[in-house]
Design a protein around this ligand. Structure first.
Ligand SMILES: NC(=O)c1ccc[n+]([C@@H]2O[C@H](COP(=O)([O-])OP(=O)(O)OC[C@H]3O[C@@H](n4cnc5c(N)ncnc54)[C@H](OP(=O)(O)O)[C@@H]3O)[C@@H](O)[C@H]2O)c1
Length: 225
């Protein structure tokens, strides 16, 4: 079945690769990004449709949702991929709270606002799904004091995943996933995984018939929160 899928932060990295793989499977992919030129170029490259969306801007998110409902009217999968990591070299005792604020705005409030706004469409889909691209750096058992803003934003994104699951039950599938350490602008050139592998579990969660609900996964396997 051809699915309507929104991917945030689709102009580069893991998000662009997710779009590429989903388009190649025949799905109707809305690649979103905050920069029009970069987004249009990426969408053209992978064969997706482009929509502008800055996930750190609440008003912009509301406008996007309004227009999407008017124009498209339905949605099967939301992939919250856009994210920032801007606290390298800091720790929990010296982090600047502007950095914490900015990180949480993008990595948590963005996905949260989008889920709130798009849930009515997802719940109308026969197989609605939310996939939150999280990180093992946010897993409770692996927390350490480096990258405190990034880590806590992903711990909170995991918590949001459980809360939305508690709200929607079996009406939609909502999961968080870690792509592993991936060679992108964020992961750096020394990362262990190619972008294709980083996108794999998200694409599987978006398209496989039988998937988990309310879980945290890496490599298609449930992992600890
Ligand atoms: N790479 C890794 O090793 C790794 C590991 C674990 C988890 N992750 C997660 O995987 C996801 C993708 O990461 P990546 O490695 O592909 O990172 P990336 O190469 O830095 O790409 C990040 C993407 O997010 C977009 N973005 C950032 N802020 C945005 C905003 N306010 N509105 C809309 N888009 C925004 C960027 O767009 P611009 O071009 O406009 O900046 C870009 O498209 C992130 O959530 C990240 O936390 C990555």
């Amino acid at each position: 079945m051809r699915k309507r899928i929104i991917v945030t932060g689709g102009n580069r990295g893991i998000g662009k690769e997710i779009c590429k793989q989903l388009v190649s499977m025949g799905h109707d992919v809305f690649l979103t990004g905050r920069d029009i030129q970069k987004g249009e170029d990426a969408a053209l490259d992978v064969g997706a449709k482009f929509r502008q969306l800055d996930v750190s801007n609440g008003e912009h998110i509301n406008e996007f949702i309004h227009e999407f409902k008017d124009e498209v009217g339905g949605l099967d999968v939301l992939i919250n991929n856009a994210g920032i990591l801007i606290d390298s070299g800091t720790d929990v005792m010296n982090i600047d709270f502007d950095v914490v604020h900015k990180t949480i705005e993008t990595n948590l409030y963005g996905p949260w606002r989008l889920i709130q706004g798009l849930l009515p469409l997802l719940e109308k889909s026969a197989n609605g799904r939310v996939i939150n691209i999280s990180s093992g750096m946010g897993a409770i058992q692996d927390l350490s004091n480096d990258h405190p803003a990034y880590r806590i934003s992903k711990t909170a994104l995991n918590a949001l995943t459980l809360m939305v699951h508690s709200h929607s039950g079996s009406l939609i599938n909502v999961n968080a996933m870690c792509p592993g350490w991936v060679r992108t602008d964020m992961g750096g050139s020394g990362a262990s995984r190619p972008v294709e592998k980083g996108a794999e579990t998200a694409v599987w969660l978006a398209t496989a018939e039988e998937i988990a609900n309310g879980k945290f996964l890496r490599d298609k396997t449930v992992i600890d929160w």
